[in-house]
Design a protein around this ligand. Structure first.
Ligand SMILES: NC(=O)c1ccc[n+]([C@@H]2O[C@H](COP(=O)([O-])OP(=O)(O)OC[C@H]3O[C@@H](n4cnc5c(N)ncnc54)[C@H](O)[C@@H]3O)[C@@H](O)[C@H]2O)c1
Length: 347
């Protein structure tokens, strides 16, 4: 690490500069506290294209070049999910701090191994749960913590599109990590079991649409609908609380968050059943939430954790909690929605 105007510069190597990796490269290229030392990709054309836009000091097809550079602080992994475990492990063993895109790994055992490795080597390990760095999710967390919504009864999310059809993973592993991470973050409860149903309409064995229900021991419920075969592009999370309800619509340009002062209350003093349940229809408020690119905030946070040796908001444990839900959901998918218990560990 070197210093510039009192900011310690973190040297970064990005591995994987495909559709998403180039966004990470763009951020590290422009960040004052980062030095984009390497970009690594197996595909030479991706490296060439990158050098025209966001040139790194060195481009290479061989990750060993990064692993062997004793002065390189951090490695950012944005390759397909099935490579995350192997690349992460190599990077941690080489003594690097690591940021890895979602999904963290493809099974809990691998996630656990990486978490233990990072801990034993005293390395920063962060997972790309981008929405945790969204200003609206930050606001939602405050609303939940302050009790403004009351007790959160259930949260449901929709992440739909007629979009890129992936061949390496299904819509569950591709989209749902975002929603699961937000639901776990907001509820701060341990999920007990999950049930998932889905269909593979476009490619055999790769579900394009999945409906997932997560139970939190009867204390709250989460529901996630993901699909890349849908007429509407939708990115919405709804939180239903006992006092108020909130809707986060990420496709809205300015009014991304709406709070509904709506609810139902049981009256203790009533003559008829109609009077027993009182429905409340109050104001709808649209709080001001500062704008900001979540990806920039996420990259900033990673660098900050590397500099200050802090535990990231989306650390390996967080990644593992999400993988645990995904793993149980995959099992449930195979048995057409039979509820599957999620590991009892509260880690
Ligand atoms: N946070 C988000 O919102 C978000 C959005 C999209 C994708 N992602 C995640 O980012 C990751 C990459 O997704 P993508 O859409 O960019 O995929 P992609 O297929 O477009 O790009 C992956 C790149 O990795 C390269 N690669 C593969 N194995 C490699 C290796 N061993 N060494 C070096 N390079 C290697 C490929 O050549 C390719 O250029 C995935 O984990 C995906 O889930 C996250």
């Amino acid at each position: 690490m070197t210093s510039c105007q009192n900011v310690r510069i973190v040297s970064v190597g990005v591995v994987g500069v495909g559709g998403w990796g180039k966004n990470l490269v763009r951020n590290y290229y422009y960040m004052r506290g980062a030095w984009l030392k390497y970009v690594c990709d197996l595909a030479p054309d991706k490296l060439e294209a990158n050098q025209l836009q966001f040139p790194a000091d060195t481009v290479t097809q061989d990750i060993d070049v990064l692993l062997g550079d004793r002065d390189l602080d951090a490695i950012v992994i944005a390759t397909p999910g099935n490579t995350h475990f192997g690349l992460c492990k190599q990077a941690l063993l080489a003594g690097k701090d690591v940021f890895v895109e979602k999904p963290f790994t493809l099974c809990t055992a691998e996630a656990e191994e990486l978490v233990d490795l990072a801990k034993s080597r005293n390395r920063v390990l962060m997972v790309g749960h981008l929405l945790k760095f969204h200003p609206v999710v930050e606001r939602l967390k405050t609303l939940v913590q302050s009790g403004e919504l009351g007790r959160v009864l259930y949260i449901y999310s929709q992440r739909l599109n007629l979009g890129t059809v992936r061949s390496d993973e299904n819509a569950l592993w591709n989209f749902a990590p975002h929603d699961i991470s937000v639901i776990l973050y907001l509820l701060d409860l341990v999920p007990t079991d999950v049930s998932a149903r889905g269909q593979s309409y476009l490619r055999r064995g790769i579900e394009d649409v999945v409906f997932l229900s997560i139970d939190f021991g009867g204390k709250a419920m989460g529901h996630v609908h993901v699909s890349w075969l849908d007429p509407h592009k939708t990115r919405r999370i709804t939180i239903v609380g006992s006092k108020r309800m909130a809707v986060f619509d990420d496709l809205e340009s300015n009014e991304k968050l709406k709070i509904y002062d709506k609810g139902a209350e049981m009256n203790t003093d009533y003559d008829t059943f109609a009077e027993y349940i009182g429905l409340r229809f109050g104001d709808i408020t649209i709080p001001y939430v500062r704008a900001g690119e979540p990806l920039r905030a996420e990259c900033d946070h990673f660098l900050d954790c590397v500099r200050e040796r802090k535990t990231p908001l989306s650390d390996g444990q967080d990644g593992m909690r999400v993988v645990r839900v995904l793993e149980a959901a995959s099992e449930s998918l195979k048995s057409n929605g039979t509820p599957v218990a999620i590991g009892s560990s509260t880690a």
